[in-house]
Write a new protein. Structure first.
Length: 288
């Protein structure tokens, strides 16, 4: 499954989770709005209470008797007053309840977190368009690249691509094309290899050893020849590499967005042996 497919699946999953969260909030909000409405039984009681009383209450009777004795006024008739009309409160006046505030805050935080996580995943999987690791990197004109490799004793480190670039002997191209995956054929024909700096054993950064002309891992002693083929140590295979090609302007370009798994143990297309003392002691394992 490609990185593009994984990115699309992750994005769709995040959108669905956010939609479920928003739908749940809407249902709770509708329930909150329903709070405070009069039930059918309450409205029935209010209608029944609107009927005029047929008898006087105790207080009304005593008051009417007192008025009759004083002669100041006649007995006041008792008139039933209609109940006040219920007016629902204005939502803007009522404001937001604590439950609504908490629900909205939780859902908002969840949506923001999922959106941030989704953006980070897509940004990580999406190929870089501005250069650097994960994109195509132009190393330079082929003659200049060869000169830089030889000036640095056989090794050229490209920090923006996390890659080592070395020369691949022309005499080994036919053998290399027979043993290596097809994405690497173009860069082999150009006379180069582009190796990822990471050791396939446990991920340590592998430096060059200018005395032995090999790559030698300082973590556990895995050793590789100048073109990344395993020579010793606990690594399960040779160093992983990047495809490359020579563009129309004669520049060497490597594609760090595609990593090709290193060759299996025992691969030795160049026949290169150690050319001097090792920088890291050999830890045994499988030889060439």
């Amino acid at each position: 499954m490609s990185n593009y497919t994984i990115a699309i699946i992750v994005a769709v999953a995040l959108v669905l989770l956010a939609a479920i969260g928003v739908a749940g909030t809407s249902r709770r909000r509708d329930s909150d709005r329903a709070t405070g409405q009069l039930s059918r039984e309450t409205r029935r009681r209010d209608v029944g209470g609107m009927r005029a009383p047929t008898t006087l209450s105790g207080k009304d009777y005593e008051r009417s008797v007192a008025l009759a004795r004083s002669g100041k006024a006649e007995i006041e008739p008792v008139v039933a007053k209609p109940p006040a009309v219920y007016v629902p409160p204005d939502p803007e006046t009522l404001g937001v309840t604590r439950r609504q505030f908490l629900n909205r805050s939780i859902v908002g935080f969840m949506v923001m977190s999922l959106s941030g996580f989704g953006a980070a995943v897509i940004a990580f999987l999406w190929p870089s368009a501005s250069g650097g690791f994960g994109a195509q990197i132009t190393i330079g004109p082929v003659p200049e690249v060869r000169a830089r490799i030889r000036a640095n004793s056989g090794f050229l480190y490209v920090p923006e691509g996390r890659a080592w670039v070395t020369e691949y002997p022309e005499s080994a191209v036919a053998k290399g094309k027979a043993l290596y995956a097809s994405p690497l054929h173009s860069i082999l024909e150009a006379g180069f290899t582009a190796l990822w700096q990471t050791c396939p054993h446990l991920g340590c950064r592998v430096p060059e050893c200018k005395t032995s002309q090999w790559f030698e891992c300082p973590c556990h002693g895995s050793q590789y020849n100048r073109n990344g083929e395993k020579k010793g140590g606990p690594a399960p295979r040779g160093m992983d590499s990047f495809p490359g090609f020579v563009d129309a302007r004669g520049n060497l370009v490597i594609n760090t967005g595609q990593i090709v798994q290193g060759p299996p143990i025992g691969t030795n297309t160049t026949g290169q042996e150690a050319e001097g003392p090792h920088c890291i002691g050999s830890v045994g394992g499988h030889g060439a």
